[in-house]
Structures are given as C-alpha cells and as structure tokens.
Write a protein that binds this ligand. Structure first.
Ligand SMILES: C[S@@+](CC[C@H](N)C(=O)[O-])C[C@H]1O[C@@H](n2cnc3c(N)ncnc32)[C@H](O)[C@@H]1O
Length: 323
C-alpha cells in the first residue's frame, strides 16, 4: 500500500472494513455499518519521512521508562482505571463514558501503513464493527456468552443490544468491573451476570455449561506467557466456541520493519505470547478445532490488538490437553 511521496486521502468504508476480515462486504451484518457510521473514517496514509518519523516515535515509545509491562501486579491499576469509569457512569446518562480511555490515538496501523485519522473515534468505531462481525459470525447459535476480562462491559452491551436470546456473563479481576455490570443490568433491564475472576488463577467452580460462547477481547493480552492455566480451564469447560480478539505476536512478520516495531512494543508490554502456537498444538493433537486465525492488519499506534482467533472443542471424545 505504501508508494510514492504524496499521501492519499481515503475513507474506510464497508468495503475496506470487509477487506480487513477477508469477507465479501455484502455479508456484513447491519450492525457493522451502524458502528462504522459513528465516526468520520477519513484518513491519510503517511509516507516516506512522515512514516519514518512514526516508526521512530513508536520505537522510542516502546522503550519509555514509564511503559508498564502487564502481569499479576497490574490488578490495582485496572481497578483504579475502571473505578474512574464507574464514577463517570454514575454521573452520566450516556454509555460513552464506558469507552476505555486508551482509545486515543490519531495515528493508527492499517494494512501495513501508518494512517493519520481525522476523528479519534476511528479506532473504537472499527473495533466495535469488528466485534459485531465476530459476534454475528460465531455467537448467533449460542445460548449464552461469557466474557473474560470484560472491563467496562462494552462488548456485553453490544451483545445485549443485538442478541436478546443470549444469557450474558462478564468476568474480570477488578471489582469495579462487577459494579459497572450491576449498574448496566439495572439501566438496560437486562441481566448481565458479574463474576470476579482472575485468569492467572482460574476458579474451576465457575462452570460454563452447554451452548456457551466464550469471548476475550484485549484481555488475554494481559497474560503474557502465563496463559496455560486459563487455556486449560477453557478447554476443560468445552465451550460451544471461543472467540479471542487479541494481539497475536506470532501473526506478525518478523522480516518486516513495520511489524518488528509492533513486536518490540508487544514484548516490552509483556503481552500475550505462545497462545496461538499452543492452540495449533491442541488442534494437531485433536483436542480442539481451530476455526480462524486472522490478522486484520488494523491496530492502534503501537501494535495490532485486533487479530481474531477462534476455536471449539473437537467433536469426538478427547483425552485432554497434551503436555
Ligand atoms: C485492555 S482491557 C479490555 C477490557 C475489555 N475487554 C474491552 O475490550 O474493553 C483488559 C481487561 O482485562 C482485565 N484483566 C487483566 N488481567 C486479568 C486477569 N488476570 N484476570 C481477569 N481479568 C484481567 C482488566 O481488568 C481489564 O478489564
């Protein structure tokens, strides 16, 4: 996509969005179009020196001293962040206050380029459309959805709006997330069951039952290498389907500078790694079926958090996870 010295001014329409997913635009559910319509999706591709400047900023930013790696020590940070959103929710009629504050960049990653967007709501609009697409594709036939690392519950709200048949549960280690879900249940007259749950130490008394779809979205990213216990828990629960919208380290191309810059950030943040290889191993062993592993090529400034990985338990009897 990068060529020449003149920046192209373009707009991400439904066609461009469908391209990120590798699907025909005519197959997009109406909710995707509605989500994209919320923001001005015009952007400019940054070339040559402008692109170099962004690469440099991203590289330096990845090494900034105040960059905090994820891990068990971050629980209090998340609680502090979401309790701010909770306070704002109590003062506001609009659910916009639930949009995480880290959706703030005006330079984003799009199909191998840095793009400068006109509207800082761009990233969140595309993320919302992406979630609608995933939900329609994989959760329509479920009876319930449980989200892990649900934060302020924006994905559960999307599901509540578009799929009235689903029972909804939101798990997170931050108690303010449960308080937000209680408020939302009362406001929307739709029960969203809140559960305190730590993915580092999965509580096996939390059971999923038949027909349950599992969602993680920008949540397993926080587990770094330490995802084995949680994945073992999920596999043992035999969900109908598990959908993960996460930064997937192994989907970057290590021979490409643009990707190496994101890989570096990913490593410095101690984001999810080894998860996709583990799923591939489980698929090879006949324990699960890997339904999708898609790098969308869309991301925020530092990295691409919107890859999609989907699996379900293998249909026959299984002997459990291989060592
Ligand atoms: C980047 S936020 C994403 C929130 C939400 N899924 C979204 O898309 O807006 C990461 C979330 O994962 C939660 N989280 C991080 N580590 C966790 C853990 N070990 N167990 C449960 N939740 C965790 C945080 O509290 C936070 O809500």
């Amino acid at each position: 996509m990068t060529a020449g010295t003149i920046s192209a001014r373009v707009r991400l329409g439904e066609e461009g969005f469908a391209q990120l997913l590798g699907v025909d635009p005519s197959t997009l559910p109406p909710a995707c179009g509605a989500a994209l319509a919320v923001a001005d999706l015009r952007y400019e591709v940054l070339c040559d020196r402008e692109r170099d400047a962004q690469l440099l900023t991203a590289l330096r930013g990845s090494e900034a001293e105040d960059l905090r790696p994820s891990g068990p020590h971050r629980a209090a940070d998340w609680e502090r962040g979401w309790s701010e959103n909770l306070r704002e929710l109590d003062r506001a009629a609009s659910h916009d206050v639930l949009i995480p504050k880290y959706n703030k960049y005006d330079v984003l990653r799009l199909m191998g380029d840095y793009v400068r967007v006109r509207d800082r709501r761009f990233e969140y609009a595309v993320y919302t459309a992406l979630r609608h697409w995933c939900f329609e594709r994989w959760f329509r036939d479920c009876s319930a959805v449980t989200e892990f690392g649900c934060g302020t519950g924006t994905s559960l709200l999307q599901l509540a709006e578009t799929m009235p048949h689903l029972e909804l549960t939101g798990c997170d280690w931050a108690p303010s997330s449960q308080a937000i879900l209680e408020r939302l249940s009362a406001r929307c007259d739709r029960r969203i069951e809140p559960i305190r749950f730590d993915m580092f130490h999965p509580d096996t008394s939390v059971t999923l039952g038949a027909g349950v779809g599992v969602l993680t979205s920008a949540a397993m990213e926080q587990l770094g290498h330490d995802h084995v216990a949680f994945l073992d828990y999920l596999v043992a629960q035999r969900p109908q389907v598990a959908v993960h919208i996460e930064p997937i380290y192994e989907l970057y191309d290590d021979s490409v500078l643009f990707d190496e810059v994101a890989r570096r950030y990913h490593r410095h943040r101690n984001y999810l790694s080894g998860f996709l290889p583990r799923l591939r191993q489980l698929a090879q062993a006949g324990v699960i079926e890997l339904l999708a592993e898609r790098r969308t090529g869309f991301g925020s400034f530092f990295h691409e958090g919107y890859s999609v990985v989907v699996w379900r338990p293998a249909s026959g009897p299984t002997s459990g996870a291989p060592a």
